[in-house]
Unconditional design. Structure first.
Lengths: 190, 157
C-alpha cells in the first residue's frame, strides 16, 4: 500500500528531506522514494545513506532473482526431504518406496506424497505398508511394522509391472535457438 | 527334581504354542470383497472426501471448497463448471483408494468452478552486468486461473 503519495505524507525514516517542505529536485526525490521502498526497513547505513541503500537494493534484487530461479527445484527438493523423513518414521527407505510405487504404477509425485504424509497420515501409512509388503515379496530387506499397529496387507507381487517411461525434462530449456524462423519453402519444395 | 519341573513347564508351553509355520488359508478375494463393501458403505454415509487430481501438469490434493490456482491463461471463462477426470487417489476418514495410475472417472467425481482469472504477484528478473553500467530490472508476472472445488464424490466403488 502506497499511502504516502495519496496522503501527501513523506514520513520516511531518516529521510534526507524535510517532511513538509517543497521537494528540492523532483526527479531525485522520485528515485530516492523508489529506493526507500526496498531499503526503508534495513539497518544502519543501508537505510540512512543513499550509497549504502543502493548497495543493499542491488543485493536484495539478486536475492529475489535467485529465489525466482530456484523456486521450482526448491519445492521438489523440500518435498523429497519431507517424504524421506516421513518414511524414516515408518522404517522404510525412500528408494525402495519409490521403486515399488513406480512398479505398481502409482504415479503420485513427491509434492503430493509429502502433503499426504503431513495431512493424511493414515493414508500415507497404508501406502507405506503396501509398499513394504511388496518390497518384502520382491526380496528387498525391509523392517516390518510393529505387529500391534500394522495393517494386514493382502497383495502379491503379480501386480507389479515394468515402470512407466518417465517424461523427458529439459531443465535448461531448448538446445537450439528457435527465435530465427526457418527459411520459406521454394516453389519446387511444396 | 528342579530339572524335571522345568522340563514339564516347557513341554506345557510347547503344547499350547501355535507355530507360525502352520499353513493358514487367507481368502484374498473374500477379504477384498469385505473391504470394498465397507468402503461403499463409508462412501454412502456422505462423509467428506479428499482426492488427488492431475490438472495442468501438476498434482493437487483437493477437498470440498478448496481453491487451486493453475498456471497460465487457460481456455476457460469465469463461471465455467468443469469436471476433473484424472483422479489419482481418493480418501476419507477410514479408507483410501489409489489408482494405477488413474481411478475410473465414473466412480469418482471432482467438480470445479472457475472462480477468477487474474495475474500472479510480480517476481523479479534481475540482471546486473558488472563493470558494464548495466542493470536490467524486469518485474515478471504470469496469468493464473483459479478454480474452486465444488464437490468430491465417490460412488460405484
Amino acid at each position: 500500500m502506497r499511502l504516502s503519495s495519496i496522503l501527501s505524507l513523506r514520513r520516511i525514516v531518516n529521510s534526507g528531506f524535510h517532511p513538509f517542505q517543497v521537494i528540492p529536485k523532483p526527479d531525485m526525490w522520485r528515485k530516492r522514494e523508489q529506493l526507500q521502498q526496498f531499503t526503508a526497513w534495513q539497518y544502519a547505513s543501508e537505510r540512512t545513506t543513499v550509497k549504502g541503500a543502493y548497495r543493499k537494493q542491488d543485493k536484495l534484487f539478486h536475492y529475489l532473482n535467485m529465489q525466482r530461479e530456484d523456486e521450482k527445484l526448491t519445492e521438489k527438493y523440500h518435498a523429497e526431504q519431507r517424504v524421506s523423513t516421513a518414511l524414516a518414521e515408518h522404517d522404510m527407505e525412500y528408494s525402495k518406496f519409490k521403486s515399488i510405487l513406480s512398479k505398481s504404477h502409482i504415479l503420485l509425485d513427491n509434492i503430493v506424497l509429502a502433503q499426504l504424509a503431513i495431512y493424511e497420515p493414515r493414508s500415507f501409512k497404508s501406502l507405506v505398508s503396501f509398499a513394504k509388503e511388496l518390497a518384502r515379496q520382491e526380496g528387498m530387506s525391509v523392517i516390518p511394522d510393529d505387529a500391534e499397529f500394522s495393517y494386514d496387507v493382502h497383495v502379491d507381487n503379480s501386480i507389479l509391472r515394468d515402470p512407466l517411461p518417465r517424461a523427458v525434462e529439459y531443465p535448461r530449456g531448448a538446445a537450439e535457438n528457435h527465435t530465427n524462423k526457418p527459411r520459406k519453402l521454394r516453389p519446387d519444395e511444396f | 527334581m528342579l530339572r524335571s519341573m522345568t522340563r514339564g513347564i516347557f513341554s506345557k508351553i510347547a503344547k499350547n504354542r501355535r507355530f507360525s509355520t502352520e499353513p493358514q488359508i487367507i481368502e484374498t478375494e473374500k477379504v477384498q470383497q469385505e473391504v470394498l463393501e465397507a468402503i461403499s458403505k463409508e462412501v454412502s454415509s456422505s462423509s467428506r472426501l479428499f482426492a488427488i487430481v492431475y490438472v495442468n501438469g501438476r498434482q493437487w490434493k483437493v477437498s470440498d471448497g478448496d481453491l487451486i490456482s493453475l498456471e497460465g491463461n487457460l481456455p476457460l471463462n469465469v463461471g465455467d463448471e468443469i469436471k476433473l477426470e484424472k483422479v489419482l487417489m481418493v480418501g476419507g476418514t477410514n479408507f483410501s483408494i489409489f489408482g494405477r495410475p488413474f481411478l475410473d472417472s465414473n466412480s469418482v467425481e471432482v467438480d470445479a468452478v472457475v472462480v477468477e482469472k487474474n495475474t500472479t504477484n510480480p517476481e523479479l528478473k534481475y540482471v546486473h552486468l558488472n563493470h558494464n553500467q548495466t542493470k536490467i530490472v524486469n518485474w515478471k508476472s504470469d496469468e493464473a486461473t483459479v478454480l474452486r472445488i465444488k464437490s468430491v464424490i465417490a460412488k460405484n466403488i
